[in-house]
Write a protein that binds this ligand. Structure first.
Ligand code: SF4
Ligand code: SF4
Length: 134
């Protein structure tokens, strides 16, 4: 299975080899999609994990023991679907195709599990319907 999570690191452990330990100890394949790490400050990583569910669960337990917040990407991007007017502006900037238009109804389809937290939809939506917490 593949899942995307946003990890938020407390300042005191931003220099620990967390991703190395996840790969070595829990046999996780990891793709780093976005990183904001600054020495002495809180850090954020968007990671895509590929593994058996049991290994992923163990890896997430390890992160929580390290006091690293670990939330699925779906929890980090909010979208006010009720207010959407289906203008399509956001789909033009979403290169990961988390935002697409339905080919028959021309209604917006949002698949947050494909999001890479680029934030471009936040600026593209004229109604400001997206909020990204990264
Ligand atoms: S943050 Fe970027 S990848 Fe995610 S839905 Fe918006 S435009 Fe698409
Ligand atoms: S830009 Fe905003 S209003 Fe237009 S389709 Fe996207 S979310 Fe809906």
């Amino acid at each position: 299975m593949k899942r995307r999570y946003v990890l938020t690191f407390p300042p005191e452990i931003v220099d620990e080899p967390i991703t190395y330990n996840l790969i070595r100890n829990y046999d996780l394949k990891i793709n780093i999609l976005k990183a904001e790490i600054n020495p002495g400050k809180e850090g954020n990583l968007l990671l895509e994990f590929e593994s058996e569910k049991a290994n992923l669960d163990k890896g997430i337990n390890y992160l929580e023991e390290k006091n690293i917040a670990c939330l699925p990407i779906e929890a980090k991007i909010r979208f006010d679907q009720q207010a959407c007017i289906h203008c399509g502006s956001c789909t033009a900037v979403c290169f990961s195709r988390a935002l697409t238009m339905h080919k028959l109804s021309w209604e917006l389809i949002f698949e947050p599990e494909k999001c890479v937290a680029c934030g471009l939809c936040v600026k593209a939506c004229p109604l400001e319907l997206f909020h990204l917490d990264f």
